[in-house]
Design a protein around this ligand. Sequence first.
Ligand code: IPM
Ligand code: MG
Length: 357
Amino acid sequence: MSAPRIVMLPGDGIGPEIIGAAKRLLEAIGEFEFEERLMGGCSIDAHGTALTDEVLEACRAADAVLLGAVGGPKWDSTDPGAPRPEQGLLGLRKGMGLYANLRPVRPSPALVSASPLREERIAGTDLLVVRELTGGIYFGDSGRDGDSAHDTCEYSAAEIERIARVGFEAAQRRAEGSGRKPRVTSVDKANVLETSRLWREVVGRVAPDYPDVELNHLLVDNAAMQLVSRPADFDVIVTENLFGDILSDESAMLTGSLGMLPSASLGADGEPGLFEPVHGSAPDIAGQGIANPLATFLSAAMMLRHGLGRADDAARIDSAVDAVLDRGLRTPDLAGEGETAVGTDEVTEAVLAELNA
Ligand code: IPM
Ligand code: MG
């Protein structure tokens, strides 16, 4: 069997540093063929657009795509005509059909004190945000007309149904062998939005196909509140694109650092997925060698698990990351008062050492 082909998209800011570290990690795990491409601000600088057709084609043809981060102040502009790094990411999601975004939130036991919430609040938190990724207000009609602007939110029943099924199936998989009842919380704004009323209706219609799963509906404002007041009660949260964007950042903070959250974006069966840390390009610390590579490592683990069918290798990475945190190694974003912070290279070396231990 030939080595899996992985397109690496380092992107901007700290992206090249964390993707460089992930490459070392993957080389220690097995044989891969890497192809590095420009996407985001770096592609705007080189080609005038955040995502070229060639790069989209290369991603479609790969076995998996690993992305660093895109964006930075250099490309910030309110000019609607100016190219934006984020367009590259959105173009990839749409162009690769990546409708399901999985963002697991499991505070590492060694990091509970890094959370802004009290330890007893987050104890036992282990949740998964399943975010719809190719519909809603992100992709609806938008525009400016003189002094006004509009963004349209649209969802079809088919789009809602397929993401609901991803949520239910993920809940079943997570509960397997645990003896606990799988739970899905569907988040919407059905008291105000028509798309949300359709969402609630379709999720409810699909639910009987998963009789073992307990389904609850929450309004998004209430969900935002419950996430900080009782995070450990959540299992799988399934929600639309914009709500998922917001709630996943909120959930990420439960772990004490956005720097710890990985993600997988998946499309149809057999099509390549895209894997990336949830944190951004952190331009303020780019090039200093202090970026936290752990969310990228955990994203590489998700790539092995969900994209390449190599769950054992994925588990090895997950435990190596846990072990390194356990030993007290912290990049500055995680280091508490009195803790010494180390750089990207040291953390990477420590993870590699754990892999070989
Ligand atoms: C994310 C990011 C993106 C989003 C941006 C960079 C377009 O915030 O992946 O959560 O809003 O989806
Ligand atoms: Mg976001």
